[in-house]
Ligand binder design. Structure first.
Ligand code: SF4
Ligand code: SF4
Length: 658
């Protein structure tokens, strides 16, 4: 038997898992509509590739991953895209985000699926591309894009693949029932991951409170090198760092990743999704979700299409609104209360929990900390929860960071044992949100400082250039008047005539410079939207590109063109400048919309933290962002409605005297 280790702390809450394991998994009915958020994962939101009114089939790509850490989104039903708009999403703050909404045609007509027929001889790249294109993300809660995690081998030496089958949180049984029902899929998914990661051992860690699943996996794993390791039931053994410690005895360093100690960890639901993507070509369009808690009369696991509105599931589970003390997404320890039932099931929705008042009475009144130290004994991350609580309360965030606040996995074990009923995790979430906000503000200030310094340097450079020109002019005017006429003409004229060949060369250079500026504009706009760290460099690159174009324009524009070629370049310059102004106005309008969204999110975070001063500040930020957006929209409108300038009005005067 393989040796296992223990981790510090942990608790043994009532498991309450049997309620939802009495019946097999069944398919939930097709929803009437689905609401698919563009960000159901860690990383950048996906970019829509469909339009409102477009007909889509089940499994069709509707939003494409935007960047390295992002994930594709697929239609989970067939029907018509009826909206691409902001909609409430499942989040602790009750925030909204951009979603694609599809109304079902009731047909469930699928796109043609393309499995990798002989995956065992497929290359690593083929497998990774398939997993990435299927939009698979970690389904155990975090939602990190799986293909990115599976690429870890490119940068780290990995010797152990851990499949997280612990499912330690009370009430939730979606992984347990999936393992009982589809053990071969779990094992095949693990084999595919082994082909990608190439570890020397593959360990499936499962708690000993799941005997049926253990037996099913052991049978399916016979004859493979995959080992099913049964571990004692203790919350939170399913925490990534805790499970790795139990199975390998290695500790992920503070602030580090499992890959730093040679381990990659994937959730059991993710391995099933990988199995489906590779062997059946099926993208991630559904997941198993537990409906449990005694306010559901039907407590069971269902295979649910992503985007299904919660209210359709409440109906399916025969939800008793009056009996429910609350409605949670996730389990009782790490889940969060849902604000409304128009929210969709997303890739990480493993459970809907509707406990009655008997199961979840109202929270006890919070009392002062009595320094009993029980929270410290329970903390699996070996933190000092009571001190983190004091630092968060006193807004001493630097100290909280020094005490490794960000190693807190928000498992709630400390709050569970606290005799003073202090909602400790809420304090940690608040402190983390504040630190992230302060970091963001510090980064913005640094960027502003760099911009200011660059501007100063530019002004000084321009001043020096002007002084040099003045000096040159004075030197020229001091020359004897007996100089030949041709020399005098060349000294006073800053705009020599250009012949056809020179003009052509300049025009080619201008076209290249215009393309470079376009790219720099785009990179800057994207950088602003993503709040990129290298904004200063992007701005500098954009300014340089603009300067280069201006230089060429000034050569073309101030030169005395020949009669045959004067009008055409002038016309094209005018219209190009107008296009450029329009484009910049469009970018500004888009950026101002993004700013509104960010301000709304910041306000939601402040509202969640319940800090009145902060809420006021964020409301003011939001009002400013909206005012800026109005201005940007007005400017864009004015440019769009202005008539295009006529060639005769703006073309430089043709001068044939040269
Ligand atoms: S368990 Fe509660 S009362 Fe005891 S030290 Fe921790 S925070 Fe204080
Ligand atoms: S919530 Fe954080 S501080 Fe509390 S026990 Fe879990 S890891 Fe420790």
């Amino acid at each position: 038997m393989r040796k296992t280790w223990d981790f510090h702390g942990g608790i043994h809450p009532e498991e309450n898992k049997h309620q939802s394991t009495q019946f097999p998994i069944v398919d939930a009915p097709l929803p009437n509509k689905v609401i698919l958020p563009l960000q159901q994962h860690i990383g950048a939101p996906a970019e829509p590739v469909v339009l409102v009114g477009e007909k889509v089939k089940t499994g069709q790509l509707i939003a494409k991953a935007d960047g390295f850490i992002s994930a594709n989104i697929h239609a989970s039903i067939s029907g018509t895209v009826v909206a691409i708009e902001d909609h409430a999403i499942p989040h602790a703050s009750g925030m909204t985000d951009e979603c694609i909404i599809i109304e079902s045609d009731g047909q469930d007509e699928w796109v043609e699926l393309e499995p990798l027929a002989d995956w065992e001889s497929a290359s690593v790249d083929q497998l990774l591309n398939k997993i990435a294109s299927a939009g698979i993300v970690g389904m155990g809660g975090a939602g990190f894009p799986t293909a990115v995690k599976a690429r870890t081998r490119e940068r780290h030496s990995i010797d152990t693949l851990v499949i997280n089958a612990a499912e330690c949180e009370p009430y939730i049984t979606s992984d347990d029932m999936a393992m009982r029902t589809y053990p071969e899929q779990v094992i095949t998914g693990a084999k595919i991951l082994c082909q990608l990661v190439d570890p020397s051992s593959c360990l499936i860690g499962i708690e000993d409170n799941k005997p049926e699943a253990i037996k099913a996996l052991q049978d399916a794993a016979k004859g493979t090198h995959i080992e099913v390791v049964v571990i004692p039931t203790k919350y939170p053994s399913g925490g990534e760092k805790q499970l790795i410690q139990i199975l390998t005895g290695r500790e992920v360093p503070s602030g580090g990743l499992p890959a730093d100690i040679g381990v990659v960890c994937q959730n059991v639901g993710t391995t099933i999704a990988i199995y489906k993507a590779i062997t059946q070509g099926e993208p991630l369009i559904s997941r198993i979700t537990t409906l449990t808690g005694n306010a559901f009369n039907r407590r069971q696991n269902f295979t649910v299409r992503l985007g299904t509105p919660i209210n359709e599931l409440l109906e399916l589970g025969d939800f008793d609104q009056k009996a429910a003390s609350r409605l949670l997404m996730g389990g009782p320890m790490m889940g969060f209360s849902l604000q409304g039932d128009e929210l969709p099931v997303v890739k990480t929705t493993n459970c809907l929990l509707a406990p009655t008042h008997d199961e979840f009475p109202d929270p006890e009144l919070e009392n002062p900390c009595i320094r009993c130290g029980m929270c410290e004994q329970a903390c699996p991350a070996e933190l000092l929860p009571q001190q983190l609580h004091w630092f968060a309360k006193a807004q001493e965030f630097e100290k909280a960071q020094l005490f490794n606040l960000f190693d807190c996995i928000e498992c709630g074990a400390c709050a569970f044992v606290c005799p003073s009923h202090i909602p400790l995790v809420q304090y940690y979430r608040y402190a983390k949100a504040e630190i992230r906000r302060e970091d963001e503000e510090a980064k913005k200030a640094e960027r502003a400082k760099i911009r200011f310094e660059q501007r100063q340097a530019r002004l000084e450079r321009e001043e020096a250039e002007k002084a040099a020109k003045r000096k040159a002019r004075m030197a020229a005017s001091a020359k004897p008047k007996t100089a030949p006429a041709a020399t005098a003409a060349s000294a006073t004229s800053s705009a020599p005539a250009l012949d056809e060949a020179e003009q052509k060369k300049l025009k080619i250079q201008r076209a290249a410079a215009a393309v470079a500026l376009k790219k720099a504009d785009k990179a800057l706009a994207e950088g602003k939207e993503a709040n990129a760290d290298n904004l200063a460099e992007l701005e500098q690159a954009q300014q340089q590109a603009q300067q280069k174009l201006n230089d060429i324009d000034s050569k073309l524009g101030t030169a005395k063109p020949t009669a045959s070629s004067a009008a055409a370049p002038a016309n094209s310059l005018v219209s190009e400048e107008r296009e450029k102004a329009l484009k910049q106005a469009k970018i500004a309008a888009a950026a101002s919309k993004a700013a509104i969204k960010k301000a709304e999110k910041a306000l939601a975070t402040a509202q969640e933290a319940g800090d009145d001063a902060e809420i006021k500040a964020k409301e003011a930020d939001l009002a400013t962002a909206k005012a800026n957006a109005d201005k940007a929209a007005d400017k864009l409108k004015a440019l769009q409605s202005a008539p295009a300038p006529s060639a005769t009005a703006t073309a430089p005067t043709t001068d044939n005297s040269a």
